[in-house]
Design a protein around this ligand. Structure first.
Ligand SMILES: Nc1ncnc2c1ncn2[C@@H]1O[C@H](COP(=O)(O)OP(=O)(O)OP(=O)(O)O)[C@@H](O)[C@H]1O
Ligand SMILES: [Zn+2]
Length: 806
């Protein structure tokens, strides 16, 4: 009999990457694979995940203390997905498993200390003799209270942590942490009459006049069938009143769980839709595979406004008909309320929306509903991929090219790759949808890894918007220096005159983008980060966009003392100012990180624009995505080149996608759309293909370039970042590591590029140097890196398939 559980402990350290064996005590015999348990670890109690059972000799093993749930939180394909993730992305299994737990941990530990059972007060006095008085203060506090939490103790001294360490060493105190389960579901008490209304009314009359509360409760129950906790509270009814009536058999009490649901958007009512031919065609390919419960992935390549969302909805409906569950991923929940509203119109309460601003409790409730099958669909950003659905039938990744699907902290996974694995293990279908698929994805589709489903036409055959490319070099040659060129100005004037709406994109926030001394050429930089400071009109400050520090504006150049400090470059605030001057009566709303920091601010801005309260929506890339507003007929792109000039092999791909998506917002309804694109690189293929709405043209040029320079999809990349707070040390360590890597990778098909300083070589006072490994044999490279245990080194970050190689 297997009486031993192999447990992965959920503590955020990389160096522990193996399961530990624990004895399952007789009273917890139900414990099985996938359960979350509480185990002793060192002198702490920690959360653990059971990944296997074993029948070993129990000698010397510690015992599982408790269970967090009375069911398996993880099913086998969730565990297998986590194992794959930890191998592929070089993280510990614990790090991968905790992705599946709301808030990353199922318990909340409150650190506390108490006197040991055999406390020796005289001994303590001797030990403390030469110590500062705060030592005695802290110790007597603990001894007097019996037990004290860390939160209480830190208030007693600035050195509490050092002092406690000393006490622990000298065995003057021991840990007495309290552990609570997180995200417990709320319960509510419901009270009903246990007798008929007439009997209740009679009883009410017979009760003594002084029993006011009992009479009030009976009266309310005669009027309402049942009362909840909240209603009882409003009636000022105490638990003792309820107990008295219950003991007389007049009422019954029961408790039920309530699942919190804090995300309420407006549900538009569902309208009956006749599918277009292209939508029909796509669904004909997808639905049989859903029915067959077979794993298959599709790339739905549909131009902007071709109706991809409707295909998702019908495919999900099919999965639900077969009682299978769906995971729908969107790049950023705040920017996608329209798609969520459409799903809600179609599926109502069957949907759970995972919002990053949900509390852990709310998240837990949402996941519990999915686990119990009370909800069938989860919509959310990349983390929704880890929702504990037990009956997975389909995963949808909308705008699959978006870089937000890659997590930029450990584990550095890409949701698309993990989705494909999870779906494969569950026998589920994957739909990757985009008007501008990632180059890698499209290449895989051409090679048969995904079935390509094109949708070339917009709904109702609405034409794609007409694009005018404005060569800003010519503008300059004509001595026109305005950030808004005459063609753009003209388009906006006409749009406003027609009472239509315009979207203006500039991918740089702030007012200016750098501040320069005209005499010595010095650029003002952040003192913690190797990056120029941006001038913001709000607060009249210079800000670092990396560490967020605000700097005051110097009167003179810190280098040469000159007074000729000037602002250069254009940010969204400056464009807003120019637009206000050109169109003083137009109502303009700006959307960028500075105006959207509050909860749901994106939503408010977008819906205010959608309902016509504003004429022009101006902002960073967030204005280019997802919305479907029929009165938007004009899109202006201030600078098509912002991303193009980055020294990044994905620069062209990013540029093409942003231009196409931005242009795609125009003319989606009955009125034709147009676009003005301003650029200094009108010949570049990304700009030309973007202006022509021609994905194939872009792909052909891009794939040739990738092949020539041996970049993905022709090779895998691994980025290894070495960090240190000293520039000399960081270079020395990186050089050492590079030669070590060269040695361990001999014989594996790979090449090493670098070390080279990261393009922003210092962020928050930490210097960074990168090494790139290019390889066609990723499994072997990761294996070798695991052998030398590179992941537990704190000064090294390994990023497999990085989005950003700078
Ligand atoms: N079969 C249909 N008949 C009529 N209208 C439809 C149909 N399918 C979708 N629509 C409508 O067409 C519009 C565009 O659809 P949708 O937003 O799904 O496009 P999309 O392909 O996701 O575009 P994008 O990639 O630009 O976000 C929406 O307003 C949608 O309600
Ligand atoms: Zn900084």
């Amino acid at each position: 009999m297997s009486n031993i559980a192999q447990v992965i402990v959920n503590i955020p350290t990389r160096s522990i990457d193996k399961p530990f064996s624990y004895l399952i005590p007789p009273h917890l015999q139900g414990v099985d694979v996938g359960w979350r348990v509480l185990v002793p670890f060192g002198n702490r109690k920690v959360e653990g995940f059971v990944i296997a059972l074993a029948a070993e000799r129990p000698e010397g093993l510690k015992t599982i203390l408790d269970v967090l749930d009375t069911y398996a939180w993880f099913n086998t394909n969730m565990i297998e997905t986590a194992k794959w993730l930890s191998t592929y992305y070089l993280c510990s299994l614990g790090e991968a498993l905790r992705l599946f737990v709301p808030g990353q941990s199922g318990i909340r530990t409150q650190k506390a200390y108490k006197a040991p059972d055999e406390a020796d007060f005289e001994q303590a006095a001797v030990i403390l003799e030469n110590k500062p008085v705060e030592y005695s203060t802290v110790l007597s506090y603990i001894y007097n209270q019996g037990s004290a939490t860390l939160t209480e103790l830190v208030k007693l001294s600035e050195n509490t942590n050092t002092i406690l360490k000393f006490f622990l060493q000298h065995k003057l105190i021991v840990h007495s942490d309290t552990v609570n389960k997180r995200g417990k579901s709320n319960t509510t008490t419901i009270v009903n009459l246990a007798v008929g209304r007439e009997v209740a009314a009679l009883t009410e009359q017979q009760l003594p006049k002084t029993c006011l509360a009992q009479r009030r409760l009976l009266h309310a129950l005669i009027d309402n069938n049942e009362l909840t906790t909240a209603q009882l509270r409003d009636l000022n009814i105490t638990p003792s009143t309820i107990k008295k009536l219950a003991s007389q058999g007049l009422i019954t009490i029961r408790t039920t769980q309530v699942f919190r649901n804090s995300y309420d958007t407006l549900c538009k009512s569902a309208t009956k839709i006749t599918l277009t031919e292209e939508q029909e065609h796509a669904l004909k390919a997808i639905i049989p595979l859903i029915c067959a419960q077979a794993h298959k992935s599709f790339l739905l390549h549909g131009v902007t406004g071709s109706g991809k969302t409707q295909v998702y909805i019908n495919a999900v409906a099919e999965a639900r008909r077969l009682n299978r569950q769906a995971i729908v991923l969107v790049p950023e929940i705040a920017l996608t309320s329209q798609i969520i509203a459409r799903f809600q119109a179609a599926f109502g309460n069957d949907i759970v929306v995972m919002h990053s601003k949900l509390s852990v409790g709310e998240r837990h409730d949402a996941w519990r509903r999915l686990q119990l099958g009370q909800a069938g669909i989860v919509i959310g950003a990349r983390s929704a991929l880890f929702a504990p659905v037990n009956n997975l039938g389909i995963i949808i990744i909308d705008e699959e090219h978006e870089f937000t699907y890659k997590q930029e902290e450990s584990p550095r996974y890409h949701a698309r790759e993990v989705a494909l694995i999870r779906a494969k293990l569950a026998g589920a279908v994957v739909i990757l949808g985009s008007a501008t698929p990632a180059v890698e994805t499209y290449y895989q589709a051409l090679n048969g890894k995904h079935t390509l489903l094109p949708m070339r036409k917009r709904i109702d055959n609405v034409p794609m918007p007409a694009v005018t490319v404005v060569d800003m070099r010519q503008e300059l040659a004509q001595r026109r220096r305005s950030v808004i060129s005459p063609p753009l100005q003209e388009m906006l004037a006409e749009t406003l005159a027609n009472k239509e709406q315009a979207v203006i994109l500039l991918n740089r926030r702030g007012y200016s983008t750098f501040v320069l001394c005209r005499e010595c050429g010095h650029v003002l930089k952040c003192r913690h980060c190797d990056i120029s400071l941006v001038y913001h009109t709000s607060g009249n400050t210079l800000r670092c966009h990396y560490c967020q520090e605000r700097h005051s504006i110097p009167d003179t150049c810190p280098e040469c003392g000159s007074r000729y400090i000037r602002y250069f470059g254009t940010g969204t605030q400056k464009v807003e100012e120019s637009l206000n001057l050109l169109f003083p009566t137009a109502k303009i709303i700006r959307m960028d990180q500075d105006t959207t920091s509050r909860k749901m601010a994106h939503d408010k801005i977008l819906s205010a624009f959608a309902n016509g309260s504003y004429d022009i929506l101006l902002g960073t890339q967030m204005v280019a995505k997802g919305h479907d507003i029929s009165n938007v007929t004009a899109v202006g792109i201030i600078s098509a080149d912002t991303a193009l000039n980055l020294p990044d092999f994905r620069a062209a791909e990013k540029t093409f996608a942003l231009l196409t998506q931005a242009a795609g917002r125009a003319g989606r309804g009955a009125k034709a759309g147009r676009v003005v694109m301003q650029t200094y690189n009108p010949e570049h293929y990304a700009v030309q293909a973007g202006a022509a709405h021609n994905y194939q043209e872009f792909f052909e040029s891009e794939i040739t370039f990738r092949r020539q320079l041996n970049y993905p999809p022709f090779t895998h990349l691994l980025k290894i970042t070495v960090q240190a707070n000293d520039e000399t040390i960081v270079h020395r360590n990186a050089n050492l590591l590079a030669s070590e890597l060269a040695q361990i990778l001999t014989g594996v098909d790979s090449s090493i590029v670098g070390p080279f300083p990261a393009s922003i070589n210092k962020i928050k006072d930490i210097f960074r140097v990168n090494i790139l490994i290019k390889t066609t044999d990723l499994p072997n490279v990761t294996l070798k890196l695991t052998d030398v245990d590179i992941i537990s080194r704190k000064d090294i970050i390994v990023d497999v398939d990085p989005i950003n190689v700078l």
